[in-house]
Write a protein that binds this ligand. Structure first.
Ligand code: ADP
Length: 403
């Protein structure tokens, strides 16, 4: 079975063609500058097939982008499949499923309407996801499509974890609550963690740290998300590359008055100019911060320290929330690559049974146990694979629908 996984943004579209049964990746790539001019990148993962790197392809809309993807996949010289019939289904990443979607679903008219209804909750992301789905439906009218939501995994959180301490009517009338994001990643790595530990997910208390450009931490008890650090939007939680993370809302009023900013300008600062970028004044990329810090830049060092400290505090909070933890998982760009940050975050937690192994931690980008053999709490490095999770969900739903 081959599944095409689509992650559509407003002017870009990432794709992968995968076989979820074997986990094999056949091809991947990216369409950029959709609606502007159009750049197409194609990376076949099969021996002897030539890649294309940011070549000019006119993409006035997402439909031309999808067409370019399909043309490349079936190309007689460099394609990886013989015909479009070899694409069994399409899995779409959708950012916001609100309270409507607690799991992945087959896309039909009713689902499309629900996606439209949820636009106010994710005005930047969901419209692009909808456009991506419609473009695929137009090019592949007979291929089943499945929606996989970033928020769905967190729908198991109890009210005490998702209700904000605001007048309750804002939840009832306006759907203001913690939703959480990165759910597909947290679900994937927590499933892998259970496999690595040889336990059933129902027996495990896990803390999953997705640390990338955007970062979120999730408490997973018995296979279910019970708390997560992102909130109503992905701005909440730990500080990130350019996002502030949690902030005293009073700061906003103070700064808006002082600098005569409106709320959009303020939010632009919080989303794009804050986080480790804002504190360091150097970069949002942790590699640049490491470089600068090693040359004596104190604010770069402070930014990294502040980030690590915030992740550590959240781990402590979630261990308390679950009444213990069996394993801590590191994933995404920073979690998979930065041994020094993993060490800084997980050291000093010996009081709760976490003992790192410096040698085992000296690894990147592959599944590994990085705690000491006698550590009560296991620490795991698990590369995330949201596309594979989307492909697996899609295959399962399509197979079930066929009966
Ligand atoms: P996203 O998907 O949220 O854009 P990623 O998961 O790709 O982000 O993570 C990007 C982050 O990973 C960047 O801040 C980058 O600095 C960090 N990263 C990648 N490699 C390393 C490394 N070797 N050391 C430290 N950080 C790294």
């Amino acid at each position: 079975m081959n599944i095409l996984v689509i992650n559509a943004g407003s002017s870009s579209l990432k794709y992968q063609l995968l076989n979820p049964d074997t986990g094999a990746l056949l091809a991947k790539g990216l369409c950029e500058r959709i609606g502007i001019d159009g750049k197409f990148t194609y990376k076949p993962q099969v021996e002897g097939k030539a890649a294309q790197d940011a070549v000019d392809v006119a993409m006035p809309t997402h439909a031309e982008a999808i067409k370019a993807v399909l043309d490349a996949l079936v190309d007689k010289d460099n394609g990886v499949i013989g015909s479009m019939d070899e694409i069994d289904a399409v899995g779409h990443r959708v950012v916001h499923g609100a309270e409507t979607f607690a799991c992945s679903v087959m896309i039909d008219e009713r689902v499309m309407q629900a996606l439209e209804d949820n636009i106010p909750l994710a005005p930047l992301h969901n419209p692009a996801n909808i456009v991506g789905i419609k473009a695929c439906q137009a090019c592949m009218p007979n291929v089943p499509m499945v929606g996989v939501f970033d928020t769905a995994f967190h729908q198991t959180m109890p009210p005490k974890a998702y209700i904000y301490a605001l007048p309750y009517e804002y939840y009832e009338k306006d759907k203001v609550r913690r939703y959480g994001f990165h759910g597909t990643s947290h679900r994937y790595v927590s499933g892998r963690a259970a496999a690595m530990l040889g336990k059933d997910p129902s027996q495990l208390k896990l803390i999953s740290c997705h640390l990338g450009n955007g970062s979120s931490i999730t408490a997973v008890d018995g296979g279910k998300s019970v708390d997560t650090s992102m909130g109503f939007t992905p701005l909440a939680g730990v500080p990130m590359g350019t996002r502030s993370g949690d902030l005293d809302a009073g700061v906003m009023q103070y700064l808006m008055n002082r600098y005569n900013m409106n709320i959009d300008e303020m939010l632009n600062v919080l989303n794009k100019k804050s986080g480790v970028q804002g504190v360091s004044g150097v970069s949002s990329d942790f590699r640049d911060l490491d470089d600068a810090a090693s040359k004596g830049n104190e604010r770069a060092a402070l930014a990294v320290d502040m980030f690590n400290y915030s992740v550590k505090k959240t781990i402590g909070a979630y261990a308390a929330a679950m009444g213990g933890v069996d394993a801590i998982i590191f994933t995404a760009g920073v979690g998979e690559n930065s041994a020094s940050q993993r060490m800084a975050i997980a050291s000093g937690l010996e009081f709760m049974g976490v003992k790192m192994d410096a040698e085992a931690n000296n690894v990147r980008g592959k599944e590994a146990v990085i705690s000491a053999p006698d550590s009560k709490v296991k620490v795991l490095l698990i590369p995330t694979n949201e596309e594979l999770m989307i492909a697996m969900d899609t295959a399962e739903i399509v197979k079930a629908a066929k009966g």
